[in-house]
Design a protein around this ligand. Sequence first.
Ligand code: PEP
Ligand code: MN
Length: 296
Amino acid sequence: MNNLKLAAARLNLLRSVIDVNGVRFGEDFVVIAGPCSVETETQTIETAIAVKKAGAKMLRGGAFKPRTSPYAFQGLGLKGLKILDKAKKETGLPIVTEVVDTRDVSWVGEYADVLQIGARNMQNFSLLREVGKSGKPILLKRGMYSTIEEWLNCAEYILAEGNPNVILCERGIRTFETYTRNTLDLSMIPAVHTESHLPILVDPSHGTGIRSMIEPMSLAALVAGADGLEIEVHIDPPSALSDKDQQLTPGQFTLLMKKLAMLREFMADLGPKAVASIEGNTSAQPSGKTFSEAVD
Ligand code: PEP
Ligand code: MN
């Protein structure tokens, strides 16, 4: 990828760690969770309390919703940001929320700990420059029609403004397949790790659009090396004003978080020690736990 200067993998292979209020992307496996849209104070705060209890490290929620139809719910705007602020005060969870307009970057940035650039705005170059200038941590989603090269060049726009705090998020691309909302391209995880030093999250909610597929795709993303997940959770998905078919209930999210924790423990045994033991180096054994001990 010829044009990359700042986003390209470093010669020393060191990966970036982006610190947001002590949450360390690229070092910890970070799960961001929360509703697609901020709808009411009760819906947002109850969801925030539930996802925090289950182990999420950040709260997501859209106050500005880029919807396919201009007549669909567009988000609560400033009122939504104020609700997110209350949820943050209640739970301590930092806030991830989308900004869609260059004119809104500075004041949305007063409420957001991480500014999200949505798939539809991935190549909005003036918006990328503006969030670059803000210096805020940015979650840059992959455009639904974009190649990895185009995506990393968009990260480059933000980095070139002197903002090193860029986190990537794979959220699926348009293909000929119509069964799922998008085709979740998990192969981008190792690809981004090869081409860039930036952390990469996976959004299995928009990536599939199907509630029952969130869990298997989340577990697969962890195994494939993702640095975290962004997952939509709603206290009552059937009543959601947007994306009701892809939001988990708090119960489903809690179960998923438990499975992710078990899988991480199991995977810890698959590192260099496992390789050494497979190659016959008996002085470097894995923990010795069986799979069922590791997940108990
Ligand atoms: C979102 O995360 O709220 C969203 C709209 O996702 P995307 O931009 O990936 O469609
Ligand atoms: Mn959504």
